[in-house]
Design a protein around this ligand. Structure first.
Ligand SMILES: [Ca+2]
Ligand SMILES: [Ca+2]
Length: 376
């Protein structure tokens, strides 16, 4: 017989199973305020798709990158040039940017290769490609040693400087800066855990966005790095997944210093939010202004700026895990949903057909050009 008269402990109750958040479910591809132009000639296994004037004829060509292959097509679908990617390691193209180098009539393209998502092989390397006639000339810029061959970000500024962020181990990400003409070793900008995005910032400094802080699962952050010195954290909410520093016309100022896709949480099924926020400065103090929250998404993964309607003013375009949306600064950032589609690819905007309106270049579900359905 027990002498313990304390009331029996309640039996641990089974926690009721909660349904996953609707934000987690991938959305079927559906156009809303956009129209599409399919590119049936594009390689079926395209992972990266961008455009640029690679031949110097003042028209834009289309560039498709597949695991191990590079294809340049005219806008009408004629194959102009084809080449192999890095021979070693079966690498997959993970990021691509283009830039017209000084004194050249055509754009170069820069590709970060790395681990293939399906084959799970491939090593990180960064290459520069230029076209001479039908020949693609490849130059290896960097092949870092790494224990994890995933790439986080690749950016280029108007001067052609590259910012390259890639994993060196399970959590650590390294950021390197390559000024043109890319013939000297890249400088180390930063090495920190879980850097997700990098961006050029004023006065030669760099913005660094992180998914998590130093402790695994803790809130991420956004800060400015100037000559290796870290600024106090900018005001953000949760982790940072998307980052954009707006283009500013010479001689003018923009009250918005950066657009941020923050709100990340390790519990992305329930707690993470797809926030679009702006960092502004008031009286020398940085402030975060929440502009919108995508209701069908758990994060914004890419932000870009372009003129989709041809009014010479730049719109903000954002890609969440389920939604592609556009916001106009002069409409108080009212959301225009362009399409529903799943995936995490960075947004590419270019005026491919030269009509003064930017198209959105999508590689998934299949390579296509989206344009704004007018009037919007
Ligand atoms: Ca516009
Ligand atoms: Ca266009």
């Amino acid at each position: 017989m027990s002498l313990d008269h304390s009331p029996p402990l309640p039996r641990p109750q089974k926690r009721p199973r909660q349904a996953p958040s609707p934000m987690v479910k991938p959305h079927c591809f559906q156009l809303v305020n956009a129209q599409k132009r399919l590119l049936p000639f594009a390689p079926r296994n395209t992972l990266c798709f961008t455009a640029g004037d690679f031949t110097g004829d003042k028209k834009l060509e289309l560039l498709f990158l597949t695991p191990g292959e590079i294809y340049v097509y005219s806008n009408e679908g004629t194959l102009i040039a084809q080449a192999k990617g890095p021979v070693q390691g079966n690498a997959a193209p993970l990021r691509v940017v283009t830039h017209r180098e000084r004194g050249r009539p055509h754009e170069s393209f820069f590709v970060a290769w790395g681990r293939h998502t399906i084959a799970r092989q491939g090593t990180i390397s960064l290459w520069r490609y230029t076209l001479t006639g039908k020949k693609i000339k490849a130059t290896n810029l960097y092949s870092p040693k790494s224990k994890r061959h995933d790439v986080q970000d690749l950016r280029v500024d108007s001067a052609g400087t590259l910012l390259f962020a890639f994993f060196t181990s399970k959590y650590e990400v390294e950021v390197r800066r390559f000024p043109p003409p890319y013939n000297s070793a890249p400088t180390l900008v930063q090495r920190a855990n879980m850097i997700s995005q990098v961006a050029f910032y004023k006065a030669g400094s760099t913005l660094i966005g992180r998914i998590y802080g130093d402790t695994p699962g803790s809130d991420g952050e956004l800060y400015r790095l100037t000559k290796g010195v870290k600024s106090p954290p900018f005001p953000t909410q949760g982790g940072v997944r998307a980052l954009l520093t707006p283009r500013v016309k010479a001689g003018s100022t923009n009250p918005i210093l950066a657009y941020v896709g923050d709100g990340w949480n390790k519990n992305y099924g329930k707690k993470a939010r797809a926030y679009l926020a702006a960092i502004t400065s008031k009286g020398g103090k940085l402030q975060r202004r929440l502009l919108d929250t995508l209701p069908m998404d758990f994060a914004l993964f890419s932000l870009a700026q372009g003129d989709l309607d041809g009014d010479k003013k730049l719109e903000i375009v954002g890609k969440g895990n389920n939604t592609l949306a556009m916001w106009r600064p002069n409409e108080k950032y009212k959301r225009h949903v362009l399409a529903y589609l799943s995936g995490y690819d960075p947004i590419v905007l270019r005026d491919v057909d030269g009509d003064g309106r930017d198209e959105i270049l999508l590689s998934k579900p299949s390579p296509m050009l989206l344009s704004l359905r007018t009037p919007q």
